[in-house]
Design a protein around this ligand. Structure first.
Ligand code: NAI
Length: 341
């Protein structure tokens, strides 16, 4: 109990769109879990431009580097012309190389009849997200897909280490090395070299298009998955769709000694400001943060309360088929957390 009295400094990026709504909900749940956090609220995204003249101010980066832990709301990246992605900038600047996304049907709202309990390890710093694009001739554009041995090796190591630590059995490497022989070939070679060092873990490889189909038909076969940046992004949204949607899948971006937690979903401009955003994905991201900070028992309680809350199928937001507001959902969840205390 003594540890509970410690005050933790955490950087909070409320973000754009529904970001402020869902991060505010997560803060309430962290408080209800009994963990004392002093939130350092920093700007990033479209809202930061007027005040700082940039979408990713130096002060924001400095705050995360100082506190070493951040909770982040989604940030809008306009399509086509406009500023470059804050998300990509943040991940590259802080070298948040591992994007970890656990996807489970345990919440009882899965639309798939088969049990799903998989964890996606998405490389977060390179691939087609390197932002190296050119117009090379009128009507011809080019995007560079950068894959390095260093980045592929460390995301593979992160996946295998996690598999060992959590008692998982299988790691799938997802690729398209049959076509992109150089880039995905290097990714695959690098993962293979890591896999050899973990003989207790079954190592499998799957081509990304087949992976998409297998995920829909037989998702139960996947345990830990390691993917490049683009495939990881797409496959994790697909996986989210199988277990109840983007509103319920959390995520963590991990560097050597810094971690920024955020949901898989975006800023949902279509529902921003309406008070109906599903806060669960951000709440569960904050719960991953509590585990990372060493509050495993408190995180277990929030998890159990979430399952209990969902099992009653009451106070759900519209994306889950209900008509509750974000605030009503959070209040109902907090009541369950208190019940389990
Ligand atoms: P999105 O995830 O924001 O929305 C897709 C659909 O899911 C929308 O219909 C939205 O209303 C719904 N949705 C998403 N989260 C929800 C929630 N918590 N509760 C209820 N419904 C929810 O994806 P979209 O529209 O492709 O992207 C919007 C913006 O977000 C873009 O600018 C994109 O770049 C950005 N984005 C940011 C991310 C981040 O900051 N990590 C991740 C993904 C997208």
């Amino acid at each position: 109990m003594a540890g509970k009295q410690k005050v933790h400094n955490v950087t909070l990026l409320p973000g754009d769109g529904i970001g402020p709504e869902v991060t505010s909900a997560a803060r309430k749940v962290v408080a209800a879990a009994g963990v004392i956090v002093d939130w350092e609220i920093m700007d990033a995204g479209a809202g930061a431009i007027e005040k700082h003249g940039t979408t990713l101010p130096d002060e924001t980066i400095a705050s995360i580097k100082k506190n070493k832990i951040g909770l982040k709301g989604p940030i809008t990246t306009p399509i086509g012309e406009g500023f470059t992605s804050v998300n990509v900038g943040l991940r590259k600047t802080l070298d948040l190389y591992a994007n970890i996304r656990p996807v489970r049907s345990a919440m009882g709202i899965s639309i798939h009849h088969k049990p799903i309990d998989l964890v996606i390890f998405r490389e977060n710093t390179e691939d087609l997200y390197s932002g190296m694009e050119n117009d090379i001739a009128p009507g011809v554009a080019q995007s560079l897909k950068i894959i390095t041995e260093k980045a592929s090796t460390r995301i593979a190591k992160a996946a295998f280490e996690w598999a060992i630590e959590k008692g998982r059995h299988t790691v799938h490497a997802v690729h398209k090395a049959n076509i992109m022989k150089k880039s995905d070939g290097l990714f695959l070679d690098s993962v293979r070299k890591v896999a050899i060092k973990y003989p207790d873990i079954t190592y499998k490889e799957i081509i990304v298009d087949n992976c998409a189909m297998q995920m829909v038909m037989h998702p139960e076969q996947f345990d830990v998955m390691v993917l490049g940046n683009l495939y990881g992004d797409i496959i994790s949204d697909l996986a989210a769709g199988l277990v109840g949607g983007l509103g319920v899948v959390p995520g963590a971006n991990i560097a050597e000694n810094i971690a920024v937690f955020e949901s898989v979903h975006g800023s949902a401009p279509d529902i921003a400001g309406k008070g109906i955003a599903n806060p669960l994905a951000t709440i569960l991201s904050a719960n991953m943060m509590l585990r990372y900070m060493g509050y495993g028992k408190d995180a277990d309680r929030v998890q159990a309360a979430t399952v209990l809350f969902l099992s009653e199928k009451k106070h759900l937001t519209p994306d889950m088929g209900g008509n509750a507001t974000t605030d009503e959902m959070v209040e109902a969840l907090i009541a369950k957390i208190k019940l389990l205390r």
